[in-house]
Design a protein around this ligand. Structure first.
Ligand SMILES: Cc1ncc(COP(=O)(O)O)c(C=O)c1O
Length: 482
């Protein structure tokens, strides 16, 4: 049976035929299989520098052909239901598309990626370089070096008022791995993972990977996208296993005040099965007078909270892949078990750099506060700029480096030469076409009314982007009064 996926035609026998070959016959896979690649040109029509530009992007597809004795061999290309249930990341898709356009010479302003535009502070980078020079290049313990876990315990005590021992810390290849492992470790099939929306794109997909059911709780821009405790209470059942909180939030920049977290904790306390995963990766990127509260520090919550944090955002270390989980030993050990059978410990070099990062002082010291100051200046600029744009609703972000704007009053409008702006995805495509600004549609985060702007870019880049966006929006006729 020949299979075909998106322009890929595959004609070879099921893989199991290879395993079932008669004994005594030795097969060199290269001898009976040939690979050839064909490319398909896709045209993207864009307005650029005042001219219409047709950009060709190339999709490469592989054609696998059987040869020799297994001329009619076919491959079973079906995938596991687990993979089929997961959606690919839209953030990455739009980032890739914008990169392809930039490489094709289109002057795209890319505000889609969730990555600081700063370099890793020099002291941290030097610690990594030193680690390599000194031959610190071997496997570390699965859970992370004792040196780094001890430094993390110290940080959690000093900055978050949380007491952990190194056995209650698991260092992983990024916070993303910590979250996936935690979901896999605690959820059974049919358990519910409670996720306030807008949410970070990976949470629902991670729940699906664990065969659990994501239960999405919408929040509203008028409430600064904060979860209503009464609404939460009304949605909890015996199946509710994990509540995921993210403060400061990606994509909204909202910060949960301590009082609201206390109200949520009171509700959580009534459900013995319910655990909380508190994603605190943007903890340091927070704008005064707002302050960060660790959920595990609230009365009765330590025992049921898995705190996730990492180095990617505050220390501009996205490529170093370093994050950590803190929690009761029983859960941390379970996550460690998964890690030990998949990736093992994080990079030895990154862990040395992590120790240096935590050595920068309270909340990352001056190196981090300089970056936070720049983010705040950009936040202020964007909020002021978009407040001037008719028909846009804003919730002023108190942390992280994203602005989540409600442009839904423009939906239903027909853009000349483009078509109807019907949702956040078509609006983002329109802005990429008309203004050459790459943003992420809100539906990727569970709120189709909005689009996300990442302000991890210089002020001058943001000024150019807002001018272009405003120009593109001005040529649309607003239909719904705000
Ligand atoms: C809310 C949130 N949590 C976790 C992560 C993962 O970070 P890391 O780079 O440490 O894997 C991200 C990255 O975008 C994020 O935005």
């Amino acid at each position: 049976m020949a299979g075909s996926i998106r322009g890929t035609s595959i004609t070879s026998r099921p893989a199991r035929l290879l395993r079932n070959q008669p004994s005594g016959i030795s097969l060199d896979p290269q001898a009976f299989r040939s690979l050839s690649f064909s490319s398909h040109l896709h045209h993207l029509s864009l307005k650029s520098l005042g001219k219409r530009l047709r950009v060709q992007t190339i999709r490469i597809s592989a054609v696998v052909r059987a040869q020799s004795i297994f001329e009619n061999m076919q491959v079973d290309i079906s995938l596991s239901p687990r993979v089929n249930s997961v959606k690919p990341s839209k953030t990455m898709a739009i980032t890739d598309q914008a990169t392809a356009l930039a490489q094709a010479g289109v002057p795209v302003i890319r505000l889609a990626a969730g990555e600081p535009d700063f370099d890793t502070p020099a002291v941290i980078a030097e610690a990594g370089i030193r680690a390599i020079r000194e031959g610190y290049t071997r496997y570390t313990p699965n859970a992370g070096t004792l040196e780094l876990r001890t430094a993390i315990c110290h940080k959690l005590k000093e900055e978050n008022g949380l007491t952990y021992t190194p056995e209650q810390i698991l260092v992983s290849n990024g916070a993303k791995q910590c979250i996936l492992q935690a979901v896999l470790a605690v959820c059974s099939p049919d358990d519910e993972v409670i996720i306030p929306a807008p949410y970070w794109v990976s949470y629902p997909e991670m729940a699906r990977l664990a065969d659990a059911t994501p239960v999405i709780l919408p929040t509203h821009i008028a409430d600064n996208f904060l979860l209503d405790p009464k609404f939460l209470a009304s949605k909890l059942t015996d199946k509710s296993r994990l509540l995921i909180l993210c403060s400061p939030s990606n994509p909204t920049g909202s910060v949960y005040p301590k009082k609201l977290l206390e109200e949520i904790a009171d509700i959580v306390a009534k459900h013995p099965r319910l655990l909380v995963l508190s994603d605190e990766i943007y903890e340091h990127i927070i704008y005064a007078p707002e302050t960060h509260t660790s959920f595990a520090s609230l009365p009765g919550m330590w025992e049921r909270t898995l705190t996730v944090n990492g180095f990617s955002k505050a220390f501009a270390m996205t490529g170093w892949r370093l994050g950590y989980l803190a929690g009761p030993r029983h859960f941390v050990a379970a996550c460690g078990k998964i890690q030990s059978q998949s990736t093992s410990g994080a990079s030895s070099i990154s862990q040395k750099a992590g120790v240096a990062a935590l050595g920068l002082g309270y909340a990352g010291g001056e190196a981090v506060s300089t970056m936070v100051k720049a983010f705040q200046e950009r936040r202020d600029f964007l909020v002021k700029s978009f407040k001037e744009l008719e028909g846009v609703k804003i919730s002023e972000p108190q942390g992280a480096f994203y602005l989540f704007l409600d442009f839904s009053s423009y939906y239903g409008v027909e853009a000349e030469g483009f078509g109807v702006i019907k949702d956040s995805e078509s609006l983002c495509r329109y802005l990429l076409d008309e203004a050459q600004v790459a943003l992420v549609p809100g539906d990727a985060f569970g709120d189709d009314n909005c689009i996300r702007i990442s302000y991890a870019a210089s002020l001058s880049t943001l000024q150019a982007a807002t001018e272009r966006i405003k120009g593109a929006m001005a040529s649309l006729r607003r239909v719904i009064p705000v």
